[in-house]
Design a protein around this ligand. Structure first.
Ligand code: UD1
Length: 429
């Protein structure tokens, strides 16, 4: 199993190219199930989760070709995928594939919408809370699917196709909104999705669906209206930049001090996080090339933050912010409202010398003068990168074990950070 070795204490200086967003690339790939024609996706990040989803889609009969480099390609541009679901040969998504990646459950909506049936394994437990799929099932039921749960599988049937309906989500859910939106594109009549998620990745998927011929209004608001069409066609779409990767490297730059340009990053995708970084003492500016983040001399100021659905502060940056606050001059409070148990990083950060006290949903972080390197264990995707941020500022060596979590969501992390002066390397085996 690979490990990452970091020797802390180096300021970051330079440029980091931001990759395409994992959380948009995955549902965009899944949207290919809605059409017989080819969907071409550009700027797809090279991540373990993308490869895993290629396997899952392959099991349904989807052909995916990854285009080689073309003349004039920018070195850091993501992959181009040509995805064709001309013939879906199997509408079952088995346990051994779905259990490895929760978002693969999202094939459910498109399969029922196009094929009138789907049998998808329940995703199972997860390190960051129970993460149920009841609201995704509710959305399809509202659209007229008959649902049964049998042997750990959710089975949906809609022999005569789906029909438009009003879907009111009792809480904001990204996966629920993706599912409702994709399924509604091929339903007969009008669907209204109330309390829809407003995350930029939903807007990106919606814009791609519109290019494929879907009729959608209200993207980016909490009320999305979809007029069903009888078929969708192919399209070409470029994945938007990853706001979580952007925020992660912004926190790393704020943590070590220095001056970093996050190339291709778009500030409107993470304004709440940038505001918090400014409160913490970082200088943030937008340029034509991306976002510049610097911290020179000034210490890190403590903050009070509560995670919220977009446009609030994202839960996917909570662990990284906590790492930053371990070195603040004073006491911070971070409240997690989206996922229970999303504090697996706390005990690992403590191994580096952080002072964090947990009380229900709220973590109280007392900033310390120095962190000290230690062996730590990656527990989930965002938690593991918070350990990297802490290690960049810790004295001595930190060894991060179980880095396969990082490979699920961060493309070429060691390369991007070492390019800015960090002492970080991967030890294979
Ligand atoms: C997506 C993101 C994940 C991010 C999360 C919240 C992807 C691939 N993953 O996950 O990185 O952390 O949004 O921004 O895009 N819930 C239910 N019932 C359901 C579905 C969700 O109760 O059927 C609850 C969840 O337990 C959670 C809340 O709703 O408390 C939000 O979850 P949701 O937005 O659905 O997260 P995901 O789509 O799984």
């Amino acid at each position: 199993m690979d490990r990452i070795r970091i020797v802390g204490g180096h300021k970051l200086h330079g440029a980091i190219p931001i990759s395409g967003a994992k959380n948009a690339a995955l549902p965009l790939m899944i949207a290919s199930l809605l059409t017989e024609d080819t969907l071409t996706l550009e700027n797809v990040p090279r991540l373990a989760d993308v490869i895993q989803l290629q396997r899952i889609l392959g099991n349904h009969g989807v052909d995916i070709t990854v285009q080689g480099k073309q003349p004039g390609d920018v070195a850091n541009r993501g992959a181009t995928l040509h995805i064709s679901a001309a013939r879906i040969v199997d509408t079952t998504a088995p346990y051994d594939l779905v259990s490895r990646m929760r978002a693969s459950f999202w094939v459910f909506g498109p399969l029922v919408a196009r094929m009138g049936e789907a049998k998808v394994s329940m995703p199972g437990g997860c390190a960051i809370g129970t993460r149920p799929v009841d609201l995704l099932i509710m959305a399809l039921e509202r659209l007229g699917a008959e649902i049964e749960i049998e042997g750990g599988y959710v089975i949906a049937r809609a022999r005569k196709g789906l029909r438009g309906a009003e879907i009111v989500f009792p809480k904001v859910t990204v996966g629920g909104t993706h599912t409702a939106l994709m399924a509604a594109t091929l339903a007969r009549g009008t669907t209204v999705i109330e309390n829809a998620a407003r995350e930029p990745e939903i807007v990106d998927v919606g814009e791609c669906l519109v290019k494929m011929g879907a009729k959608i209004s209200g993207l980016g608001t909490s009320r999305i209206v979809v007029e069903g069409v009888s078929r969708l066609g192919g399209a070409r779409h470029s994945v938007l930049p990853d706001r979580i990767e952007t925020g992660t490297y912004a926190m790393a730059a704020a943590m070590t001090g220095g001056d970093v340009l996050l190339e291709g990053a778009r500030p409107e995708l993470l304004q709440a996080a940038l505001d918090v970084l400014v409160q913490a003492g970082a200088e943030v500016s937008s340029t034509n090339e991306g976002i510049r983040i610097a911290r020179n001399g000034a210490g890190i100021a403590p903050v009070e933050v509560t995670t919220q659905p977009f446009p609030g502060f994202p839960t996917d940056l909570q662990a990284q912010l906590m790492a930053l606050m371990t070195r603040a001059k004073g006491t911070s409070h971070i409240t997690e409202t989206i996922f229970e148990n999303r504090f697996m990083h706390v005990q690992e950060l403590a191994r580096l010398g952080a002072h964090i006290h947990l009380d229900g949903e709220t973590a109280t972080i007392e900033g310390v003068e120095r962190l000290k390197g230690a062996p730590v264990m990656a527990t989930d995707l965002r938690a593991s990168v918070s350990l990297v941020i802490a290690a960049l500022a810790a004295e001595g060596e930190t060894m991060v074990n179980r880095v396969y979590h990082l490979d699920r969501g961060f493309e070429r992390l060691e390369e991007k950070l070492s390019g800015c002066g960090a002492e970080i390397s991967r030890i294979s085996g």
